[in-house]
Write a protein that binds this ligand. Structure first.
Ligand SMILES: [Cu+2]
Length: 150
């Protein structure tokens, strides 16, 4: 009796499939990746992550041949002083767009290989828990820019 129940359950799961009922595949779109020009050795980068999937996803890693290491940073206010703190991951709720921008969440690129000048482009590889790994290109805006170059 139990084995028969398990078989029925297995068939039901197979029927739902990866795009069926509750199991929607995570699909994350990366939009307008950019960085601020800097002489180095540390740079800040920003982008938008749109989760078009039906499930929550998480950005769990970022790398670039330009940088020795990339951290995710959040700003926080403590005793009236704004400071940055590394966060281990960035949550991507289904159907939502998470925006990394100056003064908020951002990427911190450490020990960049060369100064970043306006117009410079460099690859960024992002690793998502569900959506896997994607490499996109970031473009560099001016040193004090608050939005991506047009
Ligand atoms: Cu930072």
């Amino acid at each position: 009796m139990l084995s028969r129940l398990l078989k029925v359950a297995a068939v039901a799961l197979a029927f739902l499939g990866p795009r069926g009922g509750g199991e929607g595949a995570a699909e994350v779109t990366v939009l307008s990746a950019w960085a601020r020009a800097t002489p180095g050795p540390t740079a800040a980068a920003y982008l938008e992550l749109r989760n078009d999937g039906g499930e929550a996803d998480r950005l769990i890693g970022a790398s670039s041949p330009l940088a020795e290491r990339i951290e995710f940073h959040a700003h926080r206010m403590a005793d009236g002083v704004m400071s940055m703190a590394a966060v281990p991951e960035i949550a991507l709720p289904p159907g939502e767009t998470v925006r990394l921008r100056p003064g908020e969440l951002h990427f911190m690129l450490f020990r960049i290989a060369h100064a970043l000048r306006p117009g410079d482009r460099f690859p960024l590889t992002l690793t998502f828990e569900r959506a896997g790994t994607v490499t996109i290109e970031a473009v560099t805006a001016g040193p004090g820019a608050v939005q991506p170059p047009s």
